[in-house]
Design a protein around this ligand. Structure first.
Ligand code: F3S
Length: 292
């Protein structure tokens, strides 16, 4: 069995930066270090952070005046202001790409555009962008939702950075008759687009795809959807322990990809287990040949 790893898989720039800084903050801070919500959507990394003292707070009040990390998804402006007002020491690790979308959304609102955010309204990145766009911003995540918004004089569109280009195109098309003036900003992240493209290419060439990443990671879930859409039998696992040998019976080629919140060590463990099974399978086949 051949094993291929997608050319772009695992930690993106924003997550790598935030994770590194969080471990450094834990090592240097005098008191506790908090994140508001989990730093990234990966339980294995969050577990390691907890071990070095980085705790996920549920509420602004839990943080007090301690160090608090703003994760790569960002936070709504009002939340950042509340943290500052209570004297928290803020370490802002919002991904620069996400920050640019927040600023874009705020600028569109101040220029009189009705802001439409294409994305998942329950995703923290989208909540944060909406917080910068203001209360009038509308979030849509399907053509039906886009078709249902009221007409306006001018609309400004931004997108959740990790959305798929195909879905955004369909949703934006459904917005076209909603205003005579529509400003559309392609705010999709390059890192996500590259990993989606690499996953799509690999999935078209192998029998089985293993997609590695947190079950709570939206971009990992999207990678799995993309691989299924390309026709590969696709399994989403968080760790090597979830791999099942029966998925690989009679399989000539397996591909591995991973979400942008999946660390290298988790991917390496998955690949190592697949390699070990592949060698065992080869050994078994060879000894069968030798047996009269
Ligand atoms: Fe930033 Fe793109 Fe990663 S927006 S957090 S580099 S997926």
């Amino acid at each position: 069995m051949k094993i291929f790893v997608a050319s772009e898989a695992g930690f993106c720039y924003g997550v790598k930066r935030a994770t590194k800084a969080a471990f450094e903050a834990a090592a240097s801070a005098a008191g506790p270090v908090y994140t508001l919500g989990e730093l990234i959507h990966n339980p294995q990394v969050v577990g390691r952070l907890e071990k070095v003292g980085v705790r996920a707070a549920r509420d602004v009040a839990d943080v007090g005046t301690s160090t608090v990390i703003i994760r790569s998804h960002g936070l709504p402006r009002a939340t950042v202001e509340a943290l500052a007002a209570q004297g928290a020491h803020i370490l802002d690790l919002t991904c620069p790409t996400v920050k640019a979308v927040q600023q874009r959304a705020a600028a569109l609102t101040s220029e009189g555009y009705e802001v439409v955010i294409v994305g998942d309204r329950d995703h923290p990145e989208v909540e944060a962008i909406a917080g910068y766009a203001g209360p009038a911003a509308v979030i849509v995540n399907s053509e039906e939702e886009a078709a249902a918004i009221p007409r306006a004089e001018k609309i400004g569109v931004v997108m959740q950075t990790t959305h798929t280009a195909a879905a955004c195109l369909r949703i934006v098309a459904a917005l076209l008759d909603k205003a005579p003036e529509i400003l559309i900003f392609n705010t999709l992240c390059d890192a996500t687009a590259k990993s989606q493209k690499a996953a799509l290419q690999l999935a078209a060439e192998v029998d089985v795809m293993v997609v590695v990443g947190g079950r709570n990671s939206a971009n990992t879930g999207r990678l799995a959807e993309i691989c299924r859409g390309a026709g590969a039998e696709t399994h989403h696992v968080e760790t090597a322990n979830e791999l099942r040998a029966e998925w690989l019976e009679g399989v000539a080629a397996v591909g591995v990809t991973a979400g942008t919140s999946t660390p290298d060590w988790v991917i390496e463990e998955v690949v190592a287990k697949l390699k070990a099974w592949s060698l065992e399978g080869g050994e078994a086949a060879r000894s069968k040949k030798r047996t009269p």
